[in-house]
Design a protein around this ligand. Structure first.
Ligand code: HDE
Length: 688
């Protein structure tokens, strides 16, 4: 080969040859700061190599790459976070001396991470699962982590059972599947042998476990905590997050399809909302009660498988959280954030809830493993935004290091910020509690009722939601291969509601009903339904923050499209154009509208409602696209509103829906677009 030919590894690969920096601050360096001359070719002995060990630049690059991963979270591995602030509504010093609740209008920075529980880091977002809802408040008196879920109760009553629960829920250890789902033998075997989980199972089989988006779900602290004011008065408190945009879930068949079409559905949703300035908000509510309420309440307030209905102790709103900034770097912030239930601040305290007590050990322990040492609080996302003064020192990756000679106390050196002392007046004081008794492994008898609140939850649902619960049990148990496990689950449901148990048994094809499971306590039927527990009863009656998918084609009517898009935007909602090609369409008047999705990649499951704005000359061609047919068929099956113009009738006919058109089909001929959008506020046409 001629000497004049110099192949640089880029020519012919479409890359720019020798991309050079335009300014001094664009020069690439090694991690040690040494400027790099060529980042694409290793250092070789001769033109064909071998590569030299001397190549410190390549060695450093590959060494660092090899160490990029840290252990994923043992649970809640799949998650997504955002920054924001919490604003206090008033002075709540009568309730708590927690600094962040003392001043009306005070803003406290927060970082919030939402997650699923069972799936590994790369699992799909819309798995049927509990969602984590963890908030780190960077208060002036230290970080307060409220590490909650989107369901107010939990599967188990004692932390001792947590490893078993999670082992059973995650992939089975021999085969390594199924991933991100509880629809398998091990989970239902464990659950059906742990009757305390029945209340939570009802929630997990409800639409709560398939939220439409993080933005449309509630959050709960689950445990009972304590508020303590400056006079030392204590109250019990349960924390609630209420989304300002109302509750919403998807239906199960839709969830299955979303996971194929867009496994990042919830991530993308939060990213798009925040990046477009539509900042999601949640109000923080508290249920505050005292010992006398706790004494007369039907259940033990330290039992995390029970909730306190809002009708019995109303939720008082004390502030709101606004998420308004995405992270700069996913790993640095969302992956490295270390929530710890034991991070509390003066004015808030724990209770003896045996689940909470166990968590207070687990979170610190797991962060040390995940983040590699005791100095994870030095990582910016975990560091308090108030001063830290103590004598802790050294360890891996120590970033905040004390100055001066003093690192112990008592000492007689001058006091300053590097020589702090504990303060009896302002320091964190655990609330006093008289405790006596023998050392023993024991489950309190007051934790023994496993079915009454499961029934109360079921009775609080609308018929549509009740049917979804029944269907979910049938779906999950149909994936269980061992008949005895399926029957054991039905035997528990017989203690909850006979019609539900029979419906599930029928769905499973059981010819005879099993015996009722032996119950430690008989199910109470006197608990009143609680409307707050239903999603549909708490729907927002607004289409704001939701998304309309408009399937259109060349020749579509400009007026129809334009007025629909304007009305949707006026509602504060989003629109996506779905077209036969990603190039988009040319309207009847010759206007070009870009497509955001090609029909194959933009199925109707990605939208809250759909519109079909087609054109006469293209109607038959479009009706022949199989994915276009699925678009309509799925929207119909998922009880979505379907807006259509007359030119879309051939597609509707092709989907065999002409005879099934109900009041959920909204004709652009019969109503103006504002009126149509008002109808979308119901979110779904459940009557279908
Ligand atoms: Fe967790 N949980 N958990 N958990 N949990 C973790 O901590 C644990 C429980 C929750 O976005 C782990 O950092 C025990 C209830 C959320 O980073 C670990 C018990 C509730 C997150 C852990 C529970 C939660 C976690 C794994 C039973 C709702 C994700 C990684 C006693 C109130 C936080 C990590 C994030 C994460 C332990 C039960 C919520 C292992 C032992 C109940 C939202 O420490």
């Amino acid at each position: 080969m001629s000497e004049s030919f110099k192949y640089d590894g880029q020519k012919g690969h479409g890359g720019e040859v020798h991309q050079t920096p335009e300014a001094a601050d664009q020069i690439m360096t090694t991690a040690q700061g040494c400027p790099v001359h060529d980042d694409q070719n290793s250092l070789k002995a001769g033109k064909h190599g071998p590569t030299l060990l001397e190549d410190h630049i390549m060695r450093e690059k590959i060494f660092h790459f090899d160490h990029e991963r840290i252990p994923e979270r043992v649970v809640h591995a799949r998650g997504y976070g955002a920054h924001g602030y919490f604003e206090t509504y008033d002075n709540f010093s009568d309730l708590t001396c927690a600094d962040l609740f003392q001043r009306k209008g005070e803003q406290t920075p927060v970082f919030t991470r939402f997650s699923t529980v069972a799936g590994n880091m790369g699992s799909p977002d819309v798995a049927r699962d509990v969602r984590g809802f963890a908030v780190k408040f960077y208060t002036k008196e230290g970080n307060w982590d409220l590490v909650g879920n989107n369901i107010p109760v939990f599967f188990i009553q004692d932390a001792m059972k947590f490893p078993d629960l999670i082992h059973a829920a995650k992939q089975e250890p021999d085969r390594g599947f199924p991933q991100a789902q509880t629809a398998h033998d091990n989970f239902w075997d464990f659950a059906s042998l742990s009757p305390e989980s029945v209340h939570m199972l009802m929630w997990a089989m409800s639409d709560r476990a398939i939220p439409r988006s993080y933005r449309f779900m509630e959050g709960f602290g689950v445990h009972t905590f304590k508020f303590v004011n400056s006079a030392g008065e204590e109250k019990y408190v349960k924390f609630h997050w209420k989304p300002k945009s109302g509750l919403q879930s998807v239906v199960w068949n839709e969830a299955l399809k979303i996971n194929g079409a867009d496994p990042d559905f919830h991530r993308r949703d939060l990213w798009n909302a925040i990046e477009s300035g539509d900042y999601p908000e949640w109000e923080l509510g508290v249920q505050v009660f005292d010992q006398s309420f706790a004494d007369q309440f039907e259940f033990d307030v330290f039992d995390s498988t029970k909730l306190i209905p809002e009708e019995q102790v109303p939720v008082q709103k004390i502030g709101k959280m606004v998420l308004n900034r995405m992270v700069d770097n996913f790993f640095a912030e969302t992956e490295q954030v270390a929530f710890c239930t034991q991070n509390i601040v003066p004015g808030i305290d724990f209770t003896p809830d045996p689940l909470l007590q166990g968590r207070n050990f687990s979170y610190l322990d797991t962060q040390t493993k995940r983040l590699g040492g005791p100095n994870f609080t030095h990582i910016p996302i975990n560091a308090p935004q108030c001063p830290m003064r103590h004598f802790q020192q050294d360890g891996h990756m120590a970033m905040h290091n004390p100055k001066g000679r003093v690192n112990y106390e008592p000492n007689s050196w001058p006091r300053d910020e590097y020589n702090p002392r504990a303060c009896p007046a302002h320091g964190y004081k655990s609330s006093s509690e008289a405790i006596e008794g023998d050392k023993l492994r024991y489950r309190s008898e007051t934790f023994a009722d496993h079915y009454s609140q499961a029934l109360q939850f079921y009775k609080s649902q609308t018929p549509v939601e009740q049917l979804h619960i029944q269907d979910a049990f049938v779906f999950e148990l149909s994936k269980v291969q061992t008949p005895a496990i399926r029957e054991r689950v039905v035997s528990h449901l017989l203690n909850v509601d006979e019609a539900l148990a029979k419906g599930v048994a029928e769905g499973l094809g059981l010819t005879t009903l099993p015996q009722k499971a032996e119950a430690a306590m008989e199910t109470r039927t006197d608990l009143k339904p609680s409307d707050a527990l239903s999603i549909i009863k708490n729907a927002p009656e607004s289409f704001k923050g939701r998304k309309l998918g408009i399937f259109c084609c060349d020749g579509a009517d400009d007026d129809v499209l334009e007025s629909l898009i304007n009305s949707i935007r006026a509602e504060g909602a989003m629109v996506e154009i779905v077209a036969p090609t990603i190039y988009g369409i040319t309207t009847r008047d010759g206007k070009r509208i870009e497509g955001q999705q090609k029909i194959d990649g933009g199925p109707s499951v990605l939208y809250d409602a759909v519109a079909l704005v087609l054109a006469k000359e293209k109607a038959d061609e479009v009706a022949a696209i199989p994915q276009a047919k699925d678009f309509v068929t799925d929207a119909h099956a998922h009880s979505k509103f379907i807006i259509y113009n007359e030119e879309a009738m051939p597609l509707i006919k092709e989907a065999n829906l002409e005879d099934k058109m109900d009041a959920g089909y909204l004709s652009t001929l019969k109503a103006d677009s504002d009126a149509i959008v008002r109808q979308l506020r119901a979110l779904r046409f459940w009557e279908r």
